[in-house]
Design a protein around this ligand. Structure first.
Ligand SMILES: CC(C)(COP(=O)(O)OP(=O)(O)OC[C@H]1O[C@@H](n2cnc3c(N)ncnc32)[C@H](O)[C@@H]1O)[C@@H](O)C(=O)NCCC(=O)NCCS
Ligand SMILES: Nc1ncnc2c1ncn2[C@@H]1O[C@H](COP(=O)(O)OP(=O)(O)OP(=O)(O)O)[C@@H](O)[C@H]1O
Length: 207
């Protein structure tokens, strides 16, 4: 089975990955969203729930058998060893689901939306191109506080578990600047989409 040309889309929390992914999807690109996969694995009686509850206790499930996300967020971003345990359960399952999902689409290329692409060594080798959505840290904090009703120190604790901005930028092949207004994204996506279509065609020719 020949793999399609793949772009890894990443960025810190609240940088605008989902907004960018939506614009690529509108242009016919297939999107595989690892946050969404993680949420379904830990949804009501999700495939990861038995292992999560075995590791953390039954009181991490809500009344529907789904992960109590606020409770796990508080634990995972204050205790690194707990986060590593959670990641040890979820990341291999997420990886399998990403590759299964990536075979389904029929678009010209596929984008993997992976918040931890730079942090986890394995993804970089599995994508043809790394696209980073970048914005100032102060914007990340303000956007996530507004979206999730979190306090600034809670957002900063999540950011502290992620690669610093400069490290992420150093890993980028391409960068989308989302430090301005949302309507500044579409022209940047259009330019990159043209580049990726050409790279996808070249990959087909070389196979
Ligand atoms: C800790 C959990 C329960 C918090 O749930 P919550 O609904 O508050 O957040 P959500 O899942 O929507 O993630 C929001 C953002 O948090 C950040 N984030 C999530 N997990 C991690 C992590 N392990 N390390 C650093 N940042 C993370 C990412 O920027 C992500 O986009 C959840 O994020 C989770 O299960 N994380 C472990 C799985 C994981 O590593 N996911 C990242 C995608 S591979
Ligand atoms: N340029 C912008 N100006 C104002 N608000 C923005 C901008 N870009 C994104 N937002 C808002 O900020 C929030 C975070 O954006 P988005 O969900 O796209 O980021 P994300 O990187 O996918 O976040 P996460 O890592 O949490 O999944 C959303 O509420 C979104 O509407």
């Amino acid at each position: 089975m020949q793999r399609r040309f793949t772009v890894g889309l990443t960025g810190g929390i609240g940088s605008g990955k989902s907004a960018v992914a939506r614009l690529f999807a509108e242009r016919g690109v297939d999107i595989v969203d690892t946050d969404q996969i993680a949420r379904s694995l830990t949804g009501p009686h999700g495939a990861a729930m038995p292992a999560v509850l075995a590791a953390f206790g039954d009181d991490f499930a809500d009344a529907h058998g789904a992960l109590d996300r606020a409770k796990m967020r508080a634990l995972a971003f204050s205790r690194p060893e707990a986060r590593r345990t959670l990641e040890g359960i979820l990341h291999p399952m997420i990886r399998d689901a990403v590759f299964a999902e990536s075979l389904l689409g029929t678009g010209p290329y596929v984008i993997f939306d992976i918040p931890l692409l730079v942090e986890s060594g394995t993804w970089k080798q599995r994508v043809g191109r790394v696209l980073v959505v970048d914005c100032p840290e102060a914007s990340q904090v303000a956007r996530v506080m507004a979206r999730n009703a979190l306090a600034e120190d809670q957002v900063r604790a999540i950011m502290a578990a992620q690669a610093p901005r400069q490290v992420r930028l150093a890993a980028a092949d391409d960068v989308i600047d989302n430090g301005g207004a949302l309507d500044a994204l579409a022209p940047q996506v259009d330019r990159l989409h043209a580049t990726y279509l050409a790279l996808a065609e070249e990959a087909v020719r070389n196979n």
